[in-house]
Design a binder for this molecule. Structure first.
Ligand code: SAM
Length: 256
């Protein structure tokens, strides 16, 4: 009889675990949602937990962790704003990481993936989909409370600037987290990937204590995971007004 698989907490988080599969280590998250799988990932039931494989080939965040990303990660009980959630592949794993008491405000501007995101939220109660453009962050200020972190995967030429504008409005606490999956191919042809990375890091370093970037090849060609801890005093210098909630947040979603 095969010995039961042993899941070990990764980076001190009980919601991010790893296990040996044949000759390699695989990452899993402790699911907040219920089946079916979101993108074909494997589920392993252990009695107390339902673990979902966190596939580096499908999620840039997972690829970053596999490549030893030393920057912030979503942790139990936190609220995160997710820019470019698409149909929820990575957003569902971030929802697993923040656990049932955390929240993921999952923003997507394209209606087709958003429809799938809404369906996902039926099974992941801590995912709150919002159909909106991340370039207009004030438009969803009634829906998003102050958050502990911003994660972005929007593949836009001005992706770092979009993240900064959202961070100014929504990051709640000092030393809040910023994580960005940078797609250098979306940033123009005037320089190579290394040049785009350098520019993005310089821009980010004006308001973030930057963690060393990790390259996501071979899982995601030309992508890097960048980010770190935001320095809120810089937001105040820029004159941003922090968001205040006029009422309890009630995100756009398909059920009452
Ligand atoms: N993060 C997803 C994942 O790992 O599952 C994949 C995201 S895909 C690479 C980029 C997504 O960003 C697309 O679904 C696109 O519609 C969305 N997007 C691009 N620009 C946006 C914007 N300004 N506001 C909101 N969403 C945007």
């Amino acid at each position: 009889m095969r010995a039961p698989r042993r899941f070990v907490p990764d980076r001190g988080s009980a919601r991010l675990v790893r296990t040996r599969v044949a000759d390699r280590t695989e990452l899993f998250t402790d699911s907040v949602g219920r089946p079916p799988p979101v993108y074909g990932e494997r589920w392993v039931e252990t009695g107390a937990h339902s673990y979902r494989s966190f596939e580096p080939g499908r999620s840039k965040l997972s690829a970053g962790i596999v490549h030893d990303w030393a920057g912030p990660l979503p942790t139990d009980g936190e609220r995160w704003l997710y820019l470019g959630a698409a149909s929820g592949t990575t957003a569902s794993h971030i929802a697993d990481l923040v656990g049932p008491s955390g929240r993921v405000y999952a923003l997507e501007r394209s209606p087709r993936p958003f429809a799938r995101l809404l369906a996902l939220a039926e099974r992941w109660p801590n995912v709150l989909p919002i159909l909106a453009d991340a370039r207009a962050p004030r438009e969803y200020s009634r829906l998003v409370p102050p958050v502990a972190g911003v994660y972005a995967d929007i593949a836009q030429p001005d992706q770092v600037e979009i993240v900064r504008r959202n961070a100014e409005l929504y990051l709640g606490a000092a030393r809040a987290s910023v994580v960005l999956a940078l797609k250098t191919a979306s940033m123009g042809r005037d320089r190579d990937a290394a040049g785009h990375l350098r520019t993005a890091l310089e821009e980010l370093a004006t308001w973030v204590d930057v963690t060393p970037a990790v390259r996501l090849d071979p899982f995601h060609k030309g992508h890097y995971l960048i980010g770190g801890r935001a320095r809120p005093e810089l937001f105040r210098v820029r004159g941003a007004t922090p968001v205040t909630l006029s009422r309890a947040p009630h995100p756009v979603r398909s059920r009452p």
